[in-house]
Write a protein that binds this ligand. Structure first.
Ligand code: ZN
Length: 273
């Protein structure tokens, strides 16, 4: 799917509702919320609670929380600091926004599945999901798609703030360390991580009665390809991500990579875990 950030009106993939101002406000973190949303935020703000949705302000605790959770204001599966109404229950659609996409991929998964019993594989995968979700959420990431041997984290300014690229790198580093050192009885896991940044479509993508929150486009594709180039415990990032964290990691290794499906080589950096 090719998406051009220059012409968002015509570049939206088929079957996706037009960009809504609500999605732009949520994901970019710009307060261009329409009046009903601003009013809703204020109303929720008047209800006393320590824990509330970072997007719409709905309280998760306190005397109004029960009533609100009955209509969908429960913590999202994608990030417990946001309510499900703001993410997975939101209408289809989204916006072209700045985003950092991170993939963490288990190395040698097929071989592992062959060597271990089904129980042990389940235990390892469970452990991998738990450890990696913790690392991503601690840096205010959103959990993207989950496959058998891979997790995805999305970092948008609307949630992670202006340093969203730096937060993605911190999440990658703690993920590598946590997965490596928290060994289960079934054995240890090795992961490779790829990270890319840029503008692409983020929102609820779906059709035929199914939708899920996702980032689609070139940034996601590059992140996936960089992940494939990362060996055990390595973090490989694209130039746009590296520029944002260069001062913190001046000794990263730079290499030109030929990536599948890319006409020109892509500059990549290996960041020390
Ligand atoms: Zn909300």
């Amino acid at each position: 799917m090719e998406l051009s950030p220059r012409d968002p009106a015509t570049a939206l993939p088929k079957g996706i509702a037009p960009m809504s101002r609500r999605w732009v406000a949520i994901l970019r973190g710009e307060s261009t919320l329409a009046f009903p949303q601003r009013a809703g935020r204020r109303l929720f703000g008047l209800m006393p609670s320590a824990a509330r949705c970072k997007f719409c302000n709905a309280p998760f605790k306190g005397r109004y929380a029960g009533t609100l959770s009955a209509v969908g204001y429960t913590p999202s599966r994608k990030n417990p600091d946001i309510c499900a109404r703001c993410i997975e229950h939101a209408p289809e659609g989204g916006a072209i926004v700045p985003v950092t996409v991170l993939f963490a991929d288990v190395r040698g998964y097929t071989a592992l599945c062959e060597q271990l019993g089904p129980d042990e594989v389940a235990e390892l995968v469970q452990h991998f999901y738990e450890t990696s979700s913790k690392a991503l959420l601690a840096q205010e990431g959103l959990l993207g798609q989950i496959a058998g041997d891979e997790v995805e984290g999305l970092f948008v300014p609307g949630l992670a703030g202006p340093n969203y690229r730096r937060k993605a790198i911190e999440a990658a580093r703690s993920l590598v360390r946590a997965v490596r050192y928290n060994e289960t009885s079934a054995g240890s896991l090795e992961v490779g991580i790829g990270v890319a940044s840029g503008e692409e479509f983020v929102g609820n993508v779906g059709g035929g009665g199914y939708k899920d929150f996702a980032a689609v486009g070139d940034v996601t594709n590059i992140a996936a390809r960089l992940t494939a180039s990362a060996r055990n415990g390595q973090i490989v990032v694209d130039e746009e991500t590296y520029t944002a964290v260069e001062r913190a990691f001046p000794d990263a290794t730079r290499k030109d990579l030929e990536l599948k499906g890319k006409s020109a080589p892509v500059v990549a950096y290996w960041i020390p875990p």
